[in-house]
Design a protein around this ligand. Structure first.
Ligand code: ATP
Ligand code: MG
Length: 444
């Protein structure tokens, strides 16, 4: 409930494009339909996006959910699903939810699975297309990964739309990260250039939880669960020897949400390093001196390091992955070398055990919370598509399911707010006091 004093303000354009008027009565029965002009008000100051600090300002978003009328005639509608980018728990759950909703509730004529990301559209790769029936997807949620496979690397949007037209596909569901959403924008542009009626609906995926306007992305909850297991192991290892150091590398290329949340979940972490918070190795307030003090006091220490932390410590080589994302400097290898050099210099024996659980975390099946969440995302994606919406993604924004224009999710990356109570709680939990004082100078 929003109080009268609250200001409504349009900070951003949240209008959703439609292919045309929805005129066909929905086949859904016993259903509470959402009107297109139903809006939910969201306080953007509560999102870690730096868009506004004014928490009296609320932005309107279109509500997700079934509409009373559909644009597409279900029995004549062919849908397709593609998964792109890296693995994340819950991909199979989203695929399954889309297929079951489309088949059982809307009774669409068919749902095709496009193999190995956008490559699946391009004839030269020779990937088969699979018919996704309810039987085919019945058990896929019991496994991690994606039953469709994935890929990186650019593909020509014109060729993708050629393939959509050739296969007579009316709706394409694209599950993927920021790159996938950029690819989706280009596909939408090509579709409107050709003036064809194909709906593109995105379901944003990021294990790092760093996509804007998505309060908590699917798979994040599972990732934190698995990350805590790795931290527990590192803690046990560090306790097993005198001056034991357990180092855990976690995902988080540009945002340290997994590292921060897993640190809060377990109080065993003594240092947490994230991209948003620069640190130094050397000096009185540097990591090495603080680690030495910690070992002198307690004889063991646990360090959690997000993969994108400390990039300011290395020179960027300019290397990129096939999708054009910069290849990060390997901060943990540098950290291990620095720790070894430092303790050799000060004449102390330490034992460092390094755990990198990244691929275990990415590939596990979703936990119960994520299963529920992915189920809703898939269902809402189908409702939106059948109503003729396009160029949009389905998101859970502060516990409400909404439609977002595609360009919003690539507008700004979500980052940890290092001036928030949340981050203060993380630092209090680690007790990385010296390091913190030094950092506060940088961020004040
Ligand atoms: P992850 O979270 O794993 O990085 P992602 O969706 O960002 O997921 P990418 O490999 O960057 O993964 O992109 C997925 C697909 O989208 C790839 O086929 C890639 O070539 C394509 N893509 C990425 N960026 C763009 C872009 N700017 N324009 C067109 N296509 C793009
Ligand atoms: Mg990406």
């Amino acid at each position: 409930m929003v109080k009268n004093s609250v200001k409504k303000k349009e900070l951003i354009n949240t209008e959703i494009a439609v292919l045309g008027q929805a005129k066909i009565p929905s086949p859904l029965k016993r259903c509470y339909f959402i009107e297109d002009n139903d809006r939910t008000l969201v306080n953007l100051a509560e999102e870690d996006m730096g868009l506004t600090d004014d928490n009296t300002v609320y932005q309107e978003f279109e509500k997700a959910g079934p509409r009373a009328f559909t644009y597409f005639d279900p029995s004549k509608t062919k849908c397709a699903v593609v998964t792109c980018g890296g693995l994340c728990p819950g991909l199979n759950d989203v695929i399954r939810s889309i297929v079951l909703e489309a088949h059982y509730l809307y009774k669409v004529s068919s749902v095709l699975g496009i193999k190995f990301g956008l490559q699946g559209f391009i004839p030269k790769y020779g990937h088969d297309v699979v018919e996704l029936t309810p039987d085919k997807v019945a058990n896929i949620h019991q496994f991690g990964g994606t039953m469709l496979g994935s890929s990186r690397g650019p593909q020509d949007p014109e060729e993708v739309v050629d393939a959509l037209e050739r296969m007579n596909i009316s709706v394409l569901f694209m599950i993927g990260g920021d790159g996938t959403m950029r690819a989706a924008q280009k596909i939408v542009a090509e579709i409107s250039k050709r003036n064809v009626r194909i709906s593109i609906i995105g379901i944003p995926k990021t294990i790092d939880n760093d996509i804007g306007f998505v309060t908590k992305s699917f798979g994040f909850d599972t990732a934190v669960d698995k990350a805590t297991e790795a931290i527990q192991s590192a803690h046990v290892e560090s306790l097993g020897v005198v001056n034991g150091i357990g180092l855990v590398k976690l995902m988080g290329r540009e945002s340290g949400f997994i590292a921060a949340q897993a640190t809060l979940a377990l109080k065993d972490v003594n240092f947490v390093l994230v991209p948003e918070h620069p640190f130094e190795f050397d000096g009185e307030y540097g990591l090495l001196k603080s680690l030495e003090t910690r070992l002198d006091e307690r004889q063991h220490a646990v360090i959690v390091c997000a993969e994108g932390a400390g990039q300011e410590q290395c020179e960027y080589t300019g290397e990129k992955d096939p999708s054009g994302n910069p290849i990060l400097c390997d901060i943990c290898t540098l950290l291990i070398r620095k720790v070894k050099e430092h303790f050799k210099e000060v004449g102390k024996d330490v034992t460092l055990k390094f755990i990198d659980p990244s691929y275990i975390i990415r590939s596990v099946r979703a936990n119960a919370n994520d299963c529920v969440y992915c189920g809703f995302l898939g269902q809402h994606a189908v409702h939106a598509a059948m109503a003729g919406k396009t160029g949009m993604v389905v998101s859970r924004l502060q516990a409400r399911y909404v439609h977002l224009p595609l360009d919003l999710v690539t507008l700004k990356r979500k980052k940890l707010n290092v001036k928030s109570d949340y981050w203060r709680a993380v630092l209090e939990s680690t007790g990385q006091g010296h390091l913190r004082n030094d950092m506060e100078k940088d961020i004040s």
